[in-house]
Design a protein around this ligand. Sequence first.
Ligand SMILES: Nc1nc2c(ncn2[C@@H]2O[C@H](COP(=O)(O)OP(=O)(O)O)[C@@H](O)[C@H]2O)c(=O)[nH]1
Ligand SMILES: [Mg+2]
Length: 189
Amino acid sequence: MGLFQKLAHFLGVRKKEVNVLVVGLNNSGKTTVVNSFKNEENQTNEIVPTVGFSVERFQNQSLLFTAFDMSGHGRYRDLWEHYYKDCHGIIFVIDSSDRLRLVVVKEELDLLLQHPDICQKRAPILFFANKMDCKDSLSSVKIAAALGLDKIMDKPWHIAASNAITGEGLQEGVEWLTQQIREMLSVRS
Ligand SMILES: Nc1nc2c(ncn2[C@@H]2O[C@H](COP(=O)(O)OP(=O)(O)O)[C@@H](O)[C@H]2O)c(=O)[nH]1
Ligand SMILES: [Mg+2]
């Protein structure tokens, strides 16, 4: 069974829709990650366009992925924060070769973690230290340290180095996220 099918399979037995947000700065690799989850059949892809801001949504069975860029100098913040309320899990994609913008990534992560719709829930966060194949990329350990991930106490989190183009590292990450969402939903029901 493929990666995505595994996740959809266990979630498919549930009536409830499960929402996974895919966030990160522009150019980090979100669209590439989401595309790697798609299979040929049974997929819908909706792009919600707004001037200067777009949201990509992709649904398969009861699993809905919503991806957007955390950029635009905060002008579109209200538009993307609107999606925080209903999310069950978050995939945070980082370009690990973009050292200059790591400080911006940290600012966005801190704002995400402080947001009222996120800080109240135990939604698991999967970080992809993406573009691990690039010459200048930082290791996942260094990214975790730069972002202060060890300070996240109230939510399960995990960081995996990835290459979204070849798919390397994606499976490990998604398996972790699947397990976490499963536990979270079974505790609640
Ligand atoms: N070398 C390398 N390039 C990547 C990787 N993931 C994405 N890219 C490239 O980075 C660029 C931005 O990717 P995209 O998925 O559009 O980023 P988004 O803006 O976050 O949706 C594209 O040219 C991708 O082909 C990766 O793991 N390694
Ligand atoms: Mg994109």
